[in-house]
Write a protein that binds this ligand. Structure first.
Ligand code: ASP
Length: 388
């Protein structure tokens, strides 16, 4: 379903940040809530320098920006360690994503979303650099760092590996396996089930006979009670296995993670990792491993999206943002232009960096953090500042 009405949702768009590498938080331009036009700004070499910007997913509260903040620090260490090296941007992107994959508050690696059966997790991940080297995986299970498998694919003659084939590559690489399900992911699915069984008649899950298309080994739940019983059984099985799960507070949800990197030499990379959307049947794949949908990188910048994968694919979000960056548009304007057909109900967030600066924009709240040579920015401190 497309949302073509002229800008009704723009009024509610929350632009979480739009700032340049040399701006202090105090100089950050006002939120781009009403901005529709695309501006041009000539490149200012003084702005260009190493930068890492990471997000914790569209919908993740700004208060969780400590996750991306720790991850960009780690990424920055890698940038410095690999300074001048061809693969510096990729090494930094991987290091950043790995830390977020280990953080159970986010929907990637440990803490990834469960599928509708209440037990399975199917992870997608992708990486791309400015030499247009791209690698992605979809539908892999039980791998601590799915981004590592995507990186291995980027070295192969292929672009995207799925399911069992990707899983075997992870085994060949000797990648660490673990149970990625957490009590918090189960709690999140519980809320998802409640929405599924009470969806209004015009909602996508009410209009589609998902029970008739159920493709898991276990039978489809006939009622909310049966769905909750599925989850309780999974929880008990996990307890029997001695799994305690990383502890996070119950109100915390999980969201996809992403990063964009610019090196001192103006090289770029982008990476994403996810467990997919909250309500998903077996085999559903979103925007993350689709080149030009969830992410894009090239000589003119890097872009990483989050949110409703189906909408992001439909709008070819990352490719559109990148094309505008390549034409010299500001990141915030490029993002706003590329996501204008995605409603807040669908939900989208994008981070982007170019020679012009960087920006993080979302239709709802989104945890993010950025780090350059001299400065650190985070969604939570930015929002506090903006509200003063
Ligand atoms: N974009 C991801 C997907 O659709 C989900 C997310 O960003 O949270 O798979």
């Amino acid at each position: 379903m497309r949302h073509r009405s002229p800008w009704p949702w723009v009024l509610s768009l929350v632009a979480l940040a739009a700032c340049h590498a040399t701006s202090s938080v105090g100089e950050v331009p006002a939120p781009t809530t009403h901005e529709r036009s695309v501006e041009r700004l000539e490149a200012d070499p003084a702005r260009v320098g190493p930068l890492i910007l990471a997000h914790g997913g569209q919908g993740s509260p700004a208060s969780r920006s400590d996750g991306p903040a720790a991850a960009v620090e780690r990424g920055f260490e890698q940038l410095e360690h690999h300074a001048g090296d061809q693969r510096a941007a990729v090494a930094a992107a991987i290091a950043t994503i790995e830390l977020l994959e280990d953080d159970p508050r986010f929907n990637a690696g440990t803490g990834a979303n469960l599928r509708l059966d209440g037990v399975s997790i199917e992870a997608d991940a992708a990486i791309m650099d400015d030499r247009e080297r791209f690698g992605a995986v979809a539908g892999i299970a039980g791998i601590r760092h799915p981004i590592r498998v995507a990186e291995a694919v980027a070295d192969s003659p292929h672009l995207l590996l799925v399911g069992d084939g990707a899983q075997k590559i992870a085994a060949t690489l000797g990648l660490e396996t673990r149970d990625l399900a957490t009590p918090q992911a189960r709690a999140k699915l519980e809320r998802g089930y409640a929405r599924l069984f009470s969806e209004p008649a015009d909602g996508p899950w009410a209009q589609w006979d998902w029970r008739a298309h159920w493709n898991f080994e276990t039978p489809a739940p006939a009622s909310l009670d049966e769905a909750m019983a599925l989850l309780r059984a999974a929880e008990l099985a996990a307890a029997d296995d001695g799994e305690s799960g990383p502890q996070v507070t119950p109100d915390q949800t999980q969201d996809t993670v992403g990063v964009v990197v610019r090196t001192a030499q103006g090289r770029y990379a982008a990476a994403l990792s996810t467990g997919g959307t909250t309500l998903a049947i077996h085999g559903r794949v979103g925007d993350v491993p689709i080149l030009g949908a969830g992410l894009y990188a090239g000589p003119d910048g890097a872009v990483a999206a989050t949110g409703k994968g189906e909408a992001i694919i439909r709008e070819r979000v990352a490719a559109r943002v990148y094309d505008l960056l390549a034409r010299g548009h500001l990141p915030k304007d490029a993002i706003n232009a590329a996501i204008r057909e995605i409603s807040p109900e669908e939900g989208v967030g994008v981070i982007a960096v170019s020679q012009q600066g960087w920006s993080a924009v979302a239709t709802s709240q989104m945890a993010w953090a950025a780090r350059d040579r001299d400065q650190r920015h985070r969604a939570d401190t930015f929002i506090q500042h903006r509200d003063r």
